[in-house]
Design a protein around this ligand. Sequence first.
Ligand code: ADP
Ligand code: MG
Length: 389
Amino acid sequence: VEVVNTDISKKPNELRRIVYEKERYRVLFEMGPVAVYSCDSAGVIDNFNPRAAELWGRAPGPGDTDERFCGSFRLFLPDGTYMPHHECPMAQVVRREVNEVRDQEVVIERPDGSRVTVLVNIRPLIDPEGRVTGAINCFYDITDRKRLEETLRQSRDHFERTVERRTLALRELSSKLMSAQDDERRRISRELHDGLGQYLAQLKMGLAAVKRSSKLEQQDALNDLVDIVEKCCAETRTLSYLLHPPLLEELGLVSAVHWYVEGFIQRSGIKVSLHVPPESQRRLPGSVEILLFRILQESLTNIHRHSNSLLADIRLEIAEEEALLQVTDYGQGFSAELLEDVRSGLARGVGLRGMRERVGEAGGRLEIESDSNGTVVRAIVPLTLVTVV
Ligand SMILES: Nc1ncnc2c1ncn2[C@@H]1O[C@H](COP(=O)(O)OP(=O)(O)O)[C@@H](O)[C@H]1O
Ligand SMILES: [Mg+2]
């Protein structure tokens, strides 16, 4: 003691510096926003700051040997498992089971039952001989952050579930609309053919009879009328067949495609070549035939309306396991942006989107390739599935 006293008395400035340093740390300890406490090598808490007592919801008595390693009432792991004090991170550091702890998540329960989540940081206190004399623990409250994360996670889950439900509902609706459209077309087609078509046929016969018994000066006018009625008959029949080709059900896809392509060439002036290998001339399930026929119709209509191509090629290949319909044009193609939208199903038009959905429903896929040299639309439909369209 003498020596020390003499030593310090020799350096009064040094003593003042030490006291000043200690005071600075004490203020930091008392006022800092982080909770801090220390314990000795037996786990007895020897020091804690007000923030620590606040987070614990209690202040351990000085030198209390009943509750070691941590001043909290009870501790839990983030998953809610109970953690006895002698297994807490502080105890592990003091026993040298771990070197130190950084930002480990722990849940503190206060005596009033409220809980806070904290991140703990622990370093051992080691004397000059290398013995652990205790440990110091700095921990801070992240309860608000955790709560926010949880709310965010829940609302994201909720959002995703809602989007999923809506998407499903939309898909169901669009599928119903498409089959309703098919039914409606079939109905109108039949009305045109059986109703209007029959009246027109009677009108034609009536006119022919009138013509036979009429005066010469009326013949020219009556001939004109017969011409007009014949055109009406032809248009009614075409319209009826376009809406729902009866050939499709009677003679099958290949015949219906031949018939449709011929009519298309006449109406549009576009040269179309049709390749159907002989081994592909067989009947398919009705739902697949109507599906492929509608895709052909839409593709040719698109070529006429959008591509500016004067040529188109169609390939129809029916193999054992799948059917392929490929429609190629040599026109201006899609813009890259539109192609992206069409591929992801975001494009405004309903034609390609409808095709994609129908093909998807049948378990197949629709491929679209397009650049400034033209466009290829390819539908591949499996024949092994029982499909309902
Ligand atoms: N063969 C094609 N060549 C160039 N552009 C095309 C072709 N087919 C479709 N498109 C483009 O894709 C768009 C979407 O087509 P679609 O879904 O059939 O809708 P719609 O024909 O009613 O516009 C068209 O508006 C057109 O811009
Ligand atoms: Mg279209």
